[in-house]
Design a binder for this molecule. Structure first.
Ligand SMILES: NC(=O)c1ccc[n+]([C@@H]2O[C@H](COP(=O)([O-])OP(=O)(O)OC[C@H]3O[C@@H](n4cnc5c(N)ncnc54)[C@H](OP(=O)(O)O)[C@@H]3O)[C@@H](O)[C@H]2O)c1
Length: 159
């Protein structure tokens, strides 16, 4: 299973239910990589999507302990259910937020990280993959977006 995330310099990913800084290059990469795939998303992150609705052009699997039905999505209530529901799917991306990234972390073998060289105040974080010995950055493309130094990094789990 794969994940995709945009992180700030301190590996913060969001504040008060949203992303304080977004860059268009990350939005485009997210759209390209996840179009047509299955995405696993937490209920809080889904609420921050346009109109608070699941994403178009993707199979949305929303994880929540509460709702039973969400229009345009398949609802799952546990990590186990999420894994079972994606068994026969093609490409599956965990797209956050912080709680869902942590809950699914052991299932991940590749993570697409957009690093944004800024440090707004965050209350949600992603694990610092550069400090974890079983993760390695295998590709990095640097670019500048407005005032920010950024990079697209692909991390792979090493055995
Ligand atoms: N930078 C990025 O790439 C990126 C990507 C996505 C999100 N974010 C940010 O991350 C933050 C949101 O993260 P968050 O941790 O607060 O929320 P979240 O992970 O999006 O959603 C949390 C909710 O998901 C459900 N959930 C999570 N784990 C579960 C489990 N094991 N079993 C059943 N249900 C589970 C629960 O829903 P119920 O309460 O309904 O039971 C929980 O309240 C926001 O600031 C957002 O902007 C950043």
């Amino acid at each position: 299973m794969e994940a995709i995330v945009a992180v700030y310099s301190d590996w913060g990913i969001g504040s008060e239910g949203t992303q304080p800084i977004v860059i268009p290059e990350d939005r485009r990469r997210f759209a390209q990589l996840t179009k047509g795939a299955t995405v696993i998303v937490g209920r809080r992150t889904m609420e921050d999507f346009p109109g608070g609705k699941p994403l178009k052009d993707r199979e949305n699997l929303v994880i929540t302990r509460h709702a039973d039905e969400i229009e345009g999505a398949t609802v799952v209530h546990t990590v186990k259910e999420a894994i079972e529901a994606t068994k026969d799917c093609g490409r599956v991306f965990v797209i956050g937020g912080a709680t869902v990234f942590m809950a699914m972390f052991s299932q991940l073998d590749r993570i697409y990280v957009t690093k944004i060289g800024a440090q707004p105040k965050s209350d949600a974080y992603f694990p610092n993959l550069d400090s974890l010995p079983d993760w390695k950055c295998t590709e990095e493309e640097r670019f500048v977006s407005g005032e920010y130094q950024c990079s697209f990094c692909t991390y792979e789990r090493i055995d």
